[in-house]
Structures are given as structure tokens and as C-alpha cells.
Design a protein. Structure first.
Lengths: 396, 396, 396
């Protein structure tokens, strides 16, 4: 058997393994978000998570993939031309990424967005915005000099910018910000789900970043994949530890939702450069990522930007930080990285703003005040999340 | 190193990877079913799920495997003769399948079946019925012309037919059907668990179907494995989307339990033919699978066949549909497929009916009326599922 | 491509796959323990689980790995010298093990230990005790003749001995043992989480034991890996079945927490020798493991050693049993095994006792009586686990 055949087989297995881990992030996001919102909105968040995986993946298979990597045409074309490994596997791997851009948004708009308009936006994200950004960068377009291994910018900050645009139009949850400026704390309803979701995301990240090397088929590549995975993990460790120290010093309590968001912040931050830094740098990159989460969460609240799960702090702030960190900790141009961050941010924010503005005018984005008070589960899904458990007034 | 050795190694790793994903379906089924039943029966359902994995796997290792693939003997024999890859891995992979045939049943008989007689039936399923059907088909027997990649018929409809036979003897849950024909809706108790379970099953399916190619050890096989996995996923996407559209049009609500069952229906339907269709056909196969779930769920209720989790609609109806779809969407004989479906259905249904009829006479299948009212957790396991949470009367 | 290169690539993929499965045990332990404790302590247990993964992994990367396998130095050194496969992957794999030694402890000290002193101990465990024991055995030290494939002794009994030492200083939960000797049963708060955790651990074990073969790169190694995995699973099956039979005969109820602990006991027991026994022996090893759990759980209670999750019975008792079973069921010296068990037990117990004794004097190990009554979630984390669900008095 020729070497190229062996590499073809091994890389196909490697890509399938990585894509499977990425898809494990679907239950990861679903559990994290379901645990963070109030019980009256849990089913809605879960329904959104399942549907957005279905809708975005399908759109990307049918249209987005070819838009991103070739010059159009139906998706069968995408797998006709041969390459170093199974293009079916590559299609599957690339598809696994797309839903993440909308999963990131899902938690941040929860507890007040209607599912149908959100799914319409998901079609635009997976069929237009993400493939366009992906075409500019990974598809060999005019931002191809950006170094972004697995998408600190292309996935995470894209999701973050879109979320910011949506939240500005959608507004905060009722009662979240009092007129005197006080912020009402709305506690997470199910901490085991939050933890499970956070840890599944963490594990899925090994496929997300490791798989983005795209080949394990030589000694150099095998080393690189393993280094990327260990660096990914290290940044998560570092983000969790620094956040724990920070919240403990500040409040004398170990708030697990902050610690997990700190870990996720570190994981987002390392996503751009896990392949081009050594084993030490991820400690710093992840630690700064964790600190940024601790700083950003109250900051967004000060501007009355209501993000129930901290997604802006985790994905937008750290997506930007991670992309710039590549230039700080490895030999890449800061200007190139910054330019791409800015262009992609501007493009994503404005296109999203326009789409959402129109959607909001046409069919309305937000659930009615009554539906929000009673919980979106009743109005949107007709299915209560925990119908047998008596609830306290906390959830209202 | 010779090519055959390299393929041996890679295929062993591939089979282990696939089997691990399949075993991830054990928590998948457990969480799905635990979320769908009432809190008072959750521990029983979970205990059944854990025990059926243990019992069926052990029986299959000791006896079933050799019954299915050779001419008898103890299980050590099964790994003596050499082949293209580690027979230990194959034994592990085949073992991973068997518990699924009983997991399928477990939810459908929940909230009224006693665990011990159910486990006795599990022994018959894994030691007699499934290995016999497996021997007829995958073992090279008289139905070897059936094309059923990973078991739309051999696993899913077998589980479904057995479930139907058991439910006919077991009867419906108390209070489920009023005398005037009205169906009492019994809501799922924990939607996050349902979602987690559904998504874990979905991910496990990649190993279920992908692994059933049995080798990734050539360019053609690598392409085939990757195509099978992407097709599997596509049918799930399609099933979820079409079901969401159908329930939304009908009820103006997005019922997540139906959407997940629609996805699972699509996944069952593609299981027979994921390897012999192109990239487009799974969209149709999965969509029809989803529609069949939407149609079948109320239909079974009309005949007072009480299936708390929709397993008959997902596994029996779509197991049949998927097997026939092979002949519709690829170049296989419709008659061969239909004949196998009919023979296997008849055999499974009648053998199960006889075993269950006798078991019911000898030791009784059903929990007492009092135990059913109070919940099976107390009478069967002595362990409450959520002892600290105050419950509403909904659960009774 | 040369054979050595191919093996390098495949083994790197294999090690990454195995390490990922091991890290899946982090949510496994977290869910198991969160389900077994009362709702008022759930967040604390989860916070401990997340933080101990972060802290121990980081310490091991920075220092422990080199202490264990070479002559000191910072962790970059560890991956400079070349070997048969990516040392990055090996570092990742070894790191995945270390947190398990503390996860084992975490459940046993739950509901009364403060998180900060526990994390300080975790630093000592991952930076001193475990690397020292690991150096003596797997690192080629004076106990290198011990046969312990994946750590019945080096991981599980080490965790168990340390737990025993801590519990003796920490004491039992308030109200657990009445003055007349009666044991107050404190029920698990969330059985689905217990089940999910148990099954995730089970699946993670395939990577734990299978990966410990360290190479899949020849026909013999591929067979060995597959045999190890199937043996691991068999011992779990056997442990679950025998425990189910035992509790059913004794109580006429199928207590799922005992059944899962029986399975885990079987899994711990097979961890030392899965590679050197045939396919039959794991049935006996796992069955004895399950029986030992059934016997040990009430025994520890008789000595008022309070272990809320049964970790001593699962990990300490079966860690010892599994290590000795190697000499009983395969051709190894009983004395060598016993000597290592004794020396490692003595060393771990005494060092832990000293560290914990000093920690307890300096900063206090135990939460205040009031904090214990109200639940540690409030005092330690400030985050309630299920804030909206009304709770019964059972949890107090």
C-alpha cells in the first residue's frame, strides 16, 4: 500500500473522530444553556438548540459549503474532486462547525426571543454570513493571511458580533435592569446541567482545535495535532484557575458559573493560535481569557446589554483577544490580525443588524410581555421543562 | 510493515472507536427514557436500562455471538480464528449492538412493567431472538440477501415487533385511555434529559452505522464510512426539520419531544441503506421518517396501544420504512426487502408473544395497581428518583 | 513511508482517542457525585470536581510529569526527547490520569469539606504523592515489578487510601450516626445524574485501560488493546449483575446506586490485570468486585467511616482486590503484588494523614456546623444548585 493511501485512511478516521467530538458540543451548548436559564424557558432553549443544529447543518450541506470553499453549485460537486483524504469526511467536519456560530448566540438571546424568527436568522447565518466570512479567510479570500486555526474570529467572534447586534435590537429581559440602574440577579436554574454542558464543550474542543490541523498523517502533523490539543486544554485549565482565584478574592465564594465561563473564555482564546505557540503560552493566553470574562460580564450589564449566559464575554471578547494573542505570542503581524478582526466584526455586525432589523419589523423577534412573564416554554413549545416539580417564585 | 498489518491495526482502532460510540447510546437511551416518564417511575426505567445493558451484553458474549456467527460453542472460540482485524474488537463491536434491541423496548413498556420478568425476557432476546435473526441475515443465513447495513430491520424493527407483542399482553397504563376514548396526556417529567438522551443517541449513531461498514482500510472503504456517517446525520437533520414544520403547522407550537422523535425516526430509517444511496436520498428518507412518526404516534393511541416514549413509531414503523427505502432509492429488490421484513417481523412477534405470555402466566409481568399508582420506583427499586423535590399531582 | 512513521501516527491518534475518553470521566465523576449528595451540597461538589481537574492537571503538567518519569526539570523538557510516538500525546494522556486520584476522593469527603483546603491537598496529590507512587512503579522505580496495567493500585487504591486518611480526620456528616449506633440513611438527590455519571465513567474506562497498553501499532498490540477493552467491559457487566442479584436476594429491591457501584467496583478490579488474563477471568474478577462493594459499604458504616458515595468500597477495596487478582488469575508473584499494595498504601495513607493534619490545624478542613446544616453551596459557592425547586425537609 502506498503512503498516500495510508495517510488517506488515517486522516479520514482522524477527521471523523474530530467531527464527532465537535458534534458533542451540541449537547454541550444545550445543557449549558438549559442550566443557566430559568425553568420556565428551558424547553424553549433546548428546542432552539436542537433545531439550530438541524437547520444550520442542512443549509450548510445544501449551499454553504460550496459558497465557502468553491465557486457555487450544489453540494454534490463539493465531493467530486479528489484530494488527500475523503471529501465526505471533510464535508462532515466543516458541517460540524457551522452550528456553533448560532449555538453561541442562542444562550445570549434566550428567555425572550421567539424560535421561528431565530431559526430564520440561523438560515442567513449558515447560508450567508458564516460561509462569506469563511470564504474570505479559510476559503482563500482576501483575508487569507489571518492566522485563525479553528476560529477564534471566524467562529467565536462572528457568533459574538451577531449576538451583540441581535441583543441591541431585542433588548433586555423584563425586570433585568431597574430604573435606578440596579441589576437584578437571575440565578441559573440547574447547576449540574451547567457543569455537564461546560465539560462537554471542553472535551468537544479537542476535536474542534485538534481537527483543524486537518491532517495527522506525518510525524510533524501528529506532533502538531497533539500539541494543539494539549495547548487547548492548558488554556482551559488556566482560565478556570485564574477565574476561581479572582472570584474568590473578590467575593470569598467560588462561583462555578463564572469558573466555567472562565475556562470557556480560555478555550475560545487559544482557538486561533494553539498551533503556533509553545506549551507555556497557553497558560498566559487562557489566564488573560479568564480575567477578561470576569471583567466583561459586569461591564456588559453596566451598558444594559443583557446576555443571560455570558456568551458575549466568552465568545466575542475572547474571540478578539485570542486572534490578537497570535500576534503577541507568535511571529505574526498584529496589524493583519487586527484588520481581519475589525473587518469581520464590522461585516458580521452590520449584516446581522440589517437582517434582524427587517425580521423584527416583518414578523417580530420578541415574545409578548405575557409570554415572557409566564415563560416562553408555554407560548413557544407547549411543553413544560419540569412539569412535576413545584417551583418557587424565584423563577418569575 | 505489510499493508495487511497496517489495515489490521487501523481497522481495530476504527472498530473500537465505533463500538465506544455505540455504547454511548446506553446513557442516551437511559436519559431519553428517564426524561419521558413520570418522576415516580424514573429510577425503575434507569435501573432497567443499566441492567439490560449488563444482562444482554453478558448473554451475547457467553452464547449469542457464537450462535449468530458460527456453529455454537463457547465464546472463546469466537476469537480463535484469525481474520482481517482483531476479533476481540469485532466481538466488542457486535456485543455493543445487542443491548439496543432491548433498550428500544424499555421505554415502551415503562411505568408498569416489573424489572425482573423484563430482564428474563432480555435474556431470551439476546440469547435467542436477536442472534437467530442475526444468523439468518448478517450471519449468512437464508435471509442473507436482505440489504440492511446496520439494522433498520435486524435491530430496530426486531425491537419494535417485540415491543408490540409485549404491550399487547401488558396493556396500557392505568388512566391513559378513558372509556369515552379520550387519551390522557401524560407529560414528560424532565425535558433536558430527553434532549441530552436524544442527542447522545444521534452521536452514537455515527458509530452504529459508520462502524457497520466494518472496515476503513482502503480509500474506497474510507470514503464509504465517511459517506455513511454524513448520510446518517443528514437523515436525522431532515427528520427533525420536517417534524418541526409539521407540528408547527398543526399546533403552532414546537414540541421538542416530537422533533427529537422525528430525528430519531430519520436515523432509524437511514440505518438500512446509508451505504447504498447518494448524498441527496437521505433527505427524503429522513423526511418521510419524520412524517411517519407524526402520523404513527396518534395512530397507536387510537388503537389503545400505549407506548410512553413513542418507540413503536420511531423504531418499528421507521425500521420497516428504512428497509423498504433501500429498494426504492437504490438498486435492490423490493420483494427481497419486503420478504425479510415480513419473515423477521412474524418470527420476532410470535416468539416474543409466546415467551411473554408464558412469563406473564408464571410470574406476572405487570406491577400491582397500587405500585403503579404510587410509582414503580418504590416497589421495584426502593429508591426515589428526586426525593427532595416537592412534586405536583401531575405525576399521578 | 516507513513502518515506524506509520506506527507513530496511528499510536498518536490512539493515545489522543484514549485520553479524550479518560477526560470524559471528569463529567462522569461530577454527575455521579452531584447525583449522590443532597441538593444543598450539589454546587459545592460540582465546583470541587471542575477545580480539581484544573488544579491537578496544571500541577502535573508543570511539575508532576517530570517528577514521575524523569529526573526533574520543567515540563518542556518532557517532550524534547523523541520516542515511538508523539510525546505531546503521551503528556496529554498521562495528565488525563492524575485528576482521577482526587476525583475518587471528592465524593467521599463531600457535604462537609471546604473547597479551598481540599484544593490545597489536590496540589500535594498531583505534585507529590501520585508522581512519587507513579515514579516507584510506572516510572521504573523500586516497585517496577508490580503489574498494574492502568492503576488498580497506582490510581484507585492511592485515591482510596488518601480518602480514608482524610475521612478519619474530617469525621462523619452531622447526624449520620446516632449515639445508639443507628445509621441515618441520606438518600441520593438525583438518580438520573447518578446513572449518567456511572455510565460515562464506564465508557471512559475503555480509554483508561485500553490506552494504558500505550500502543496499538502491531497486530499483537491491536489484539491486546481490544482484549483489554472487552475485559474491562466484562468485569463491569459482571459486577453489575452480581450486585443486582445480591441486593435483590437481600432486599427484594433493585437499588440502582448499589448496582452502579458494583459495576464500578468490577471496573476498578479489572484495571490492574485486564491485559494478562483471558476472556473468562474478568467475569470472576468483576463478580468478586461487586460482592466486595456489597459487603464493604455497610462495613465502613459500622466503623462510622462516613463515605457519602461509597468511594472507599469501590476504589480502595477493589483497587487492592484487583491488584492481588493479577497474581491469582495470571502468572505473577502474589508477594510482589501484595508488597506493592502494602508499601503504596502505607506511604499514601501516612503522607496524606500528615498533610491533612497540618492543613486542618492551619486553616481548618471542615465547614462550620451552621454551613453544614444550611448546605455548603451557600457558604462555599454562593450558588444554589436548583434554586427554583421547592425542597422537602429530607435534604436537611
Amino acid at each position: 500500500m502506498e503512503a498516500s493511501q495510508i495517510v488517506y485512511i488515517i486522516d479520514t478516521l482522524f477527521i471523523i473522530f474530530s467531527a464527532t467530538l465537535i458534534i458533542l458540543m451540541a449537547p454541550g451548548f444545550a445543557m449549558l444553556e438549559a442550566g443557566l436559564v430559568r425553568t420556565k424557558n428551558v424547553t424553549s432553549v433546548l428546542t432552539g438548540n436542537v433545531l439550530l443544529y438541524a437547520v444550520t447543518s442542512m443549509v450548510f450541506l445544501l449551499w454553504g459549503y460550496n459558497f465557502m470553499f468553491s465557486n457555487g453549485g450544489l453540494f454534490l460537486n463539493g465531493v467530486e474532486n479528489s484530494s488527500g483524504y475523503s471529501l465526505y469526511a471533510v464535508l462532515f467536519f466543516q458541517m460540524a462547525f457551522v452550528s456553533k456560530t448560532v449555538s453561541i448566540i442562542s444562550g445570549g438571546v434566550s428567555e425572550r426571543i421567539r424560535i421561528v424568527p431565530f431559526m430564520i436568522f440561523a438560515i442567513f447565518m449558515s447560508g450567508l454570513i458564516y460561509p462569506m466570512i469563511g470564504h474570505w479567510t479559510w476559503g482563500g479570500g482576501f483575508l487569507k493571511d489571518l492566522h485563525d486555526l479553528a476560529g477564534s474570529t471566524v467562529i467565536h467572534s462572528v457568533g459574538g458580533w451577531a449576538l451583540l447586534a441581535i441583543v441591541l435590537i431585542l433588548g433586555a429581559r423584563k425586570g433585568r435592569y431597574a430604573k435606578n440602574g440596579a441589576v437584578r440577579v437571575i440565578p441559573a436554574s440547574n447547576i449540574p446541567l451547567v457543569t455537564l454542558g461546560g465539560l462537554l464543550l471542553w472535551i468537544g474542543w479537542f476535536g474542534f482545535n485538534g481537527g483543524s490541523v486537518l491532517s495527522i498523517g506525518s510525524i510533524e502533523k501528529a506532533d502538531l495535532v497533539a500539541k494543539v490539543i494539549i495547548n487547548t486544554n492548558t488554556a482551559g485549565l488556566s482560565g478556570a484557575i485564574i477565574t476561581a482565584i479572582a472570584v474568590y478574592l473578590k467575593y470569598k465564594k467560588l462561583d462555578i458559573t463564572m469558573i466555567l465561563n472562565g475556562a470557556l473564555g480560555g478555550l475560545v482564546a487559544i482557538t486561533a493560535g494553539a498551533d503556533v505557540v509553545g506549551l507555556w503560552e497557553p497558560i498566559a493566553i487562557g489566564a488573560i481569557g479568564g480575567i477578561l470574562v470576569v471583567i466583561a460580564v459586569p461591564l456588559f450589564d453596566r451598558f444594559k446589554i443583557d446576555d443571560p449566559v455570558g456568551a458575549l464575554s466568552v465568545h466575542l471578547v475572547n474571540g478578539i483577544w485570542g486572534t490578537l494573542a497570535v500576534a503577541i505570542f507568535a511571529d505574526f503581524s498584529f496589524l493583519t490580525q487586527l484588520k481581519a478582526v475589525a473587518i469581520i466584526g464590522l461585516a458580521t455586525f452590520s449584516i446581522t443588524f440589517i437582517i434582524i432589523y427587517i425580521l423584527n419589523k416583518l414578523i417580530g423577534l420578541r415574545a409578548s410581555e405575557e409570554a415572557e412573564y409566564d415563560g416562553l416554554d408555554i407560548s413557544e413549545t407547549g411543553v413544560e421543562s419540569y412539569p412535576e416539580f413545584n417551583k418557587s417564585k424565584l423563577g418569575i
